[in-house]
Ligand binder design. Sequence first.
Ligand SMILES: [Zn+2]
Length: 194
Amino acid sequence: MDLPLWSPIFSQIEKTAMLTNIIAKVEQFAKQAQTQHEHIYAKLFEASIQSAKENNYPVAAVIINENQEIISLGRNQSFYPQFASGAHAEINAVNAYEQQTKHKANTMITTLEPCLMCTSRLTLSTIEHVYYMQSDPTGGGISTMATAPADFKNLASKMTFQKIANHPKAQEIASMLYNLGEQIWQKNIADIKK
Ligand SMILES: [Zn+2]
C-alpha cells in the first residue's frame, strides 16, 4: 500500500511543533543579536515566521544599502491571504525597492537560495550581490545556473551569489525554516495543482 504523501492531521501537529521550536530559537537569536548583520538576520527570521503563521513558505529577503541598513523587506505571500504565484520574498523585496527611486542599492540577503523564478528576476534587476543562508537543491536557481538560458547566464556571471557560511546559529534557523517551508509548500502546491 502506498502511504499518502500528505497527512493533514499529522502535518498540522508537526507544523505547529516545528514553528514553536523556530519561534523559540529566533527569540533567543534576536535577544543575543549584536552585529548589524545579526540584527538583519533577526528581522529576516521574524518576517519568515510571519509568513509561516499565515501558512506561506517561511522565506524573507532584504535589500540593504551601503551602510548595511534595510531599505526593502519582502516575505513570501504566495498562497495567503490569497493565491499570488509570483509573491515570493525576493520578488516582493525587489518590487518595493524599485518603487523607491531615491535609493541606490545592490545587495540582497535572503534566508533561502532564490528559486528559479526569483533568480531570473534578480538577474534582470539592479541587484548585484545575493547572499543566502540555506541552499535549495530541489528548487534553487543558483545551484542550477549552469543550465540557464545564455542571456540569463551572461547577466548572472556579472553578479555574485554567495552562501552565508560563517554563522552556524543563523544557518541552523534557516535550515529549520527550509524544512518547515518544504512541508507547507508541498501541501499548498498539491491543493492548487490537483
Ligand atoms: Zn522564488
